[in-house]
Design a protein around this ligand. Structure first.
Ligand code: SF4
Length: 230
């Protein structure tokens, strides 16, 4: 499933079709949504930051196999509303493009979404879309910031502080975000993720607090490597 933009049309005024399944370059999707290359976009203003975040997540999900709505954890109606609100484009999805993840994945994703929603402020549709998207992308195997398509981890920290401030405030030790959320999930379920009471004695310390280095999935270098024939 890809995002296909009608050629030579203006950014954000374009019908976006999602009718074909073939690998796409996420940097191209981002550019067509926003008018900028991912690494060149200025995100100082909150409004620009919000558009950047949504464009990153949509772009990285669009570069993967499967239905875009499944990769984003959004219903077609919510994805259409998101695209319309932030990019001014009309999105057409085939009616069969519905979430298809396995039941256990959906259950895990739902638990993460609930934690995020409990800490969402202000509560509004775009924040709810983000909670669903982050929860779905947390199922992917890389660092969370990478699987959200962000440029670096600091963008994820800013996102958490901007939208889920009460949750971000509890991560005072700067734990890896996915680990942090999953630890809360364990606690909510009455389980304990930690093998020791003190982090400095824990064999899994690096798993929780290690550097989260990596190349953005929206980096053109990384995209070229992942494209067929590259
Ligand atoms: S480092 Fe170990 S003890 Fe600390 S939060 Fe991670 S798993 Fe728990």
């Amino acid at each position: 499933m890809n995002i296909r933009v009608i050629p030579d049309c203006e950014v954000a005024k374009t019908p976006i079709g999602l009718a074909e399944r073939e690998p796409v370059d996420p940097t191209d999707v981002y550019r067509r949504l926003t008018g900028f290359a991912p690494l060149a976009a200025s995100i100082d203003a909150d409004a620009d930051f919000d558009r950047h975040i949504f464009a990153c997540i949509i772009s990285v999900a669009a570069s993967e196999a499967g239905a875009l709505t499944e990769g984003l954890g959004l219903s077609p109606e919510n994805l259409e509303a998101l695209i319309s609100k932030f990019f001014g484009a009309h999105l057409s999805l085939p009616p069969e493009d519905r979430p298809t993840a396995g039941a256990s994945d959906l259950e895990e994703s739902e638990m993460v979404r609930e934690i995020l929603l409990e800490n969402l402020s202000p509560r509004n549709p775009e924040g709810e879309w983000l909670a669903a998207m982050i929860a779905r992308r947390a199922l992917e195997p890389n660092h969370l910031w990478e699987d959200l398509g962000l440029r670096n981890r600091s963008e994820l920290t800013r996102l958490m502080e901007r939208r889920f401030a009460s949750l971000a405030a509890r991560n005072e030790k700067n734990m890896r975000w996915k680990r942090f959320i999953y630890r809360l999930m364990c606690e909510n379920d009455g389980f304990v993720m930690c093998a020791t009471p003190i982090c400095s004695n824990c064999a899994d310390y690096r798993g929780c607090f290690g550097e989260e280095e990596g190349i953005s999935r929206l980096s053109s270098d990384r995209s070229r490597k992942s494209m067929p024939g590259a």
